[in-house]
Write a protein that binds this ligand. Structure first.
Ligand SMILES: [Zn+2]
Length: 205
């Protein structure tokens, strides 16, 4: 099902902003389409040379739809890279932060904050060793299997909140184009290094 023009325009702005933050993707000539679907997601369709961005069709409010587009646009722009995003949990931390920042600058600060911090107190976090082993499955996206273990989303959002409170957004943007942990540490401001190690060190050791 097609999506309103308002969201197509919003997506275009999100795409441009993601390119500013993370650099233009190598496959920039691959178009994306946005459609209503039973769940959210972004799929890189290698045979067709295009991306499919899915927005949950049950969403009722503008904020939910725009928030999803902001999130999935991070995936559109970074998915072809062989960077730290190979770590699924870390990829989702960056996606959550992109979602937060793009909603924030688009005039939806309150919703951005709510969607990042909701329910964080009431849920437990997945142990780092387990979080690191989680893999993504394209099959799950198309066939509606339960993709991630319980509390994956909360664990990711907790890390995103720590990064938001302790680190600059620029530091996190560098992570999106870093090929390794060492590469990331080397390319950020020296004053950020200790904090990065404190928040993420246990996950990248
Ligand atoms: Zn995501």
């Amino acid at each position: 099902m097609n999506i309103d023009q308002e969201y197509i325009d919003f997506a275009k702005d999100a795409y441009n902003q993601c390119c500013n933050w993370f650099g233009t993707p190598e496959d920039e000539d691959w178009p994306y389409s946005i459609e209503l679907f039973p769940r959210d997601g972004c799929c890189r369709m290698k045979l067709l040379h295009e991306y499919f961005i899915a927005v949950r069709s049950s969403y009722k409010c503008t904020e939910q739809i725009k928030s999803t587009i902001s999130h999935e646009m991070y995936h559109r722009v970074t998915m072809s890279r062989n960077t730290l995003r190979k770590n699924v949990w870390f990829d989702e931390v960056l996606a959550k932060l992109t979602q937060f920042h793009f909603m924030d600058i688009s005039g939806y600060s309150e919703y951005a904050d709510y969607s990042l911090r909701r329910n964080l107190e009431s849920c437990t976090t997945i142990h780092p060793a387990r979080l690191k082993r989680i893999r993504r499955s394209r099959f799950n996206f198309w066939f509606a299997r339960e993709g991630y273990p319980r509390n994956f989303g909360v664990s990711v959002r907790r890390l995103a909140v720590s990064a938001l409170e302790e680190l600059s957004w620029e530091t996190m943007c560098v992570a999106a184009s870093s090929n390794s942990w060492d590469d990331w540490i080397e390319n950020i401001e020296p004053s950020e290094r200790a904090k990065v190690k404190q928040i993420f060190g246990v996950y990248f050791d």
